[in-house]
Design a protein around this ligand. Sequence first.
Ligand SMILES: [Zn+2]
Length: 391
Amino acid sequence: MRSFRIGSLFGIPIKLDLTFLLVLPLFAYLIGAQIEGVAGILNDGLAAGIDIGAITSGLLPWLLGLAAAIGLFVGVVLHELGHSLTARRYGFPIESITLWLFGGIAAFSEMPEDWRQELNIAVAGPIVSILVGVGSYALFVVTPESLSGARFVLGYLAVLNVALAFFNMLPAFPMDGGRVLRALLARSQPYAQATQQAASVGKLFAVLMGLFGLFSGNIILIGVAFFVYIAASSEAQQVTMKAAFQDVTVGDIMTPADDLHTVEPETTVAELIQRMFTERHTGYPVVDTDAFEGERLIGLVTLTDAREIEPVERDAYTVEDVMTTELKTIDPDSDAMTAIDRMREHDIGRLLVVDNDDLVGLISRTDVMTAFDIVQQSGVIAPSSRPRTAD
Ligand SMILES: [Zn+2]
């Protein structure tokens, strides 16, 4: 996400994502285009007494639309501040608040696993939205009826902030209501299990929201539904993995050096691909055997590296020509989650496990996912019962 900082509140940087610059004029346009209908609703519902003729002439609808859209996003920032300041009170640092396509995101570097804290942090946002709505309504009431434009914007913000609070309280994890649901579920069961249940409910709501958006032609709602679905899945997987791998180290799930297939730098790319095919591995450590120094790790070669050579030239190139020498390594005592994070960070599929400069094994995404499947399906893992051949 490309974003830039516009300032800070309570020491928390407020950022605008580029997608926000798309959605702000869109909102201003949508509000401006529907100004007559909305003013009519406000007149009926809040007895707003707005003179519709006075706000629909010339550029006024678009200016009022822009004012309402900006007011709406100010409300969103205050909502996120509600979450952020509550979280900070519990000692969780807040990196930033970002406004983007679907509203606001408060970025926490870690999440509380205590259900009471999560509950309070989750409800703080909607409570702030309700307060902003009530505040807008109070201003609306004291604004003289002659100022139809101001009454329109304030009445609109009063209704929308309250609506925002209710929408966010839908139990669609990871939206606020979904976090409340997880907090309540986590009272009586492990955090990871509560997350999975909340995420399942969240995905169901996302599907319903998407269908509703589809039938009512509401593109924004379809977008939110997609976002909720993907975010629910990825957060549930993250939390479940973290719980599953609590006491699992890289050494527990890596392929130990003894079982490792290696290649020599002089091997041709054609031979390498043939070996990949028969052994069904897509990555090999490259080991140079030296008469004096013994075996020495000099690189890593993957299928992607090999495919850079045209098929007809594969006999002419060797592993040494295509291998990666900038090796990403990890300690066997690191925990499995660190390995996943490191692979994700560098966007690579495997890490060499190195202990005091010695190659002791290789850990790949496949190793991690297989181990994760086993832990999930067997329920438990007993790392100590596994032989630690690498040690
Ligand atoms: Zn919220």
